[in-house]
Ligand binder design. Structure first.
Ligand code: RIB
Length: 292
């Protein structure tokens, strides 16, 4: 069983569905409001656990109603919560999501996720050292991502950085990361002066650019590889990227080839969009294998 350590955000997603997205200054009537667990870190932890990995989450929640629900959801999904702690002076992170016109718009209020500091992560050094893969994103402080990337380098533990939401990162973090999985937009923020083709060639077998329904591009040292996605009837694309990252990490940690790992991750991500909510459609291992 692959041991995965996820360091990242735990949030509650407050989701409104509407036939129309409001413009600035406009009010529209929505169709429904639902509260479901989310946050990129928590989503990736749950996705990896459903795919059969032994997952430890490192994150912070508020000592509040949402925090309790987030914790219960981890337990339900067999994610180890030894390093998920409630902080008392700030509320749990929330994501305010509008699902309209076939896509989502999201505002994240980080709340307790800002407390995932290097000092906080330091408590979990053994879990990090003993994992087969560390999975990290950017809804936590920048200095924590830098700190974890140094740790992974020092411990020789592979680190998959999902650079979402986008922000510029240092060359050192990029060097320390074993795998980077930006989408096209995040890629332009990471490698501003370079075209995607130039960036891919600069980071062979490290940079995996997700290009929506076109699939995933990477450079294998000889040629560019495009691994196509699967066509499905999408209900809600929220969490598809998280499912991709988790499944990619699980497949790699189990020793699969890069190309097979991307294929597995694409399949898992395509299944995830067939149900409502970031975690609603995240598949089990059996579901991915059956569909492959
Ligand atoms: O990646 C999807 C996630 O991003 C949502 O669950 C929401 O919490 C936002 O952080």
């Amino acid at each position: 069983m692959a041991k995965i350590c996820v360091i990242g955000s735990c949030s509650m997603d407050l989701v409104v569905t509407s036939s129309k997205r409001p413009h600035a200054g406009e009010t529209v009537l929505g169709d429904s409001f639902t509260t479901v667990p989310g946050g990129k870190g928590a989503n990736q932890a749950v996705a990896a656990a459903r795919l059969g990995a032994d997952v430890t989450m490192i994150g912070c929640i508020g000592d509040d109603y949402h925090g309790k629900a987030i914790m219960d959801n981890f337990k339900l999904n067999h994610v180890l919560t030894t390093f998920v702690e409630p902080v008392t002076d700030i509320e749990s992170g929330t994501a305010h999501i509008i699902l309209a016109e076939g896509d989502n718009s999201i505002i994240v209020v980080k709340g307790a996720n800002d407390r995932v500091t290097p000092a906080y992560v330091e408590r979990a050094l053994d879990a990090i050292r003993n994992s087969d893969m560390v999975l990290i994103q950017q809804e936590i402080p920048e200095e924590t991502v830098a700190y974890v990337s140094d740790l992974c380098h020092e411990f020789n533990v592979p680190m998959l950085l999902n650079p979402a939401p986008a922000r510029p990162i240092s060359e050192k973090i990029i060097e320390n990361a074993t795998y980077l999985t930006p989408n096209e937009h995040e890629c332009t923020i990471l490698f501003g002066g370079m075209s995607t083709t130039e960036a891919l060639r600069k980071y062979p077998n490290k940079l995996f650019i997700t290009v929506g329904s076109h699939g995933v591009r990477y450079y294998d040292g000889n040629q560019e590889v495009v691994v196509p996605t699967y066509k499905v009837n999408a209900i809600d694309t929220t969490g598809a990227g998280d499912t991709f990252n988790a499944a990619f990490a699980v497949a790699l940690a189990e020793g699969n080839s890069l190309q097979d790992s991307v294929k597995f991750a694409n399949r898992a991500a395509s299944l995830s969009v067939t149900k409502f909510g970031a975690q609603g459609g995240m598949p089990t291992r059996a579901e991915v294998e059956e569909s492959l």
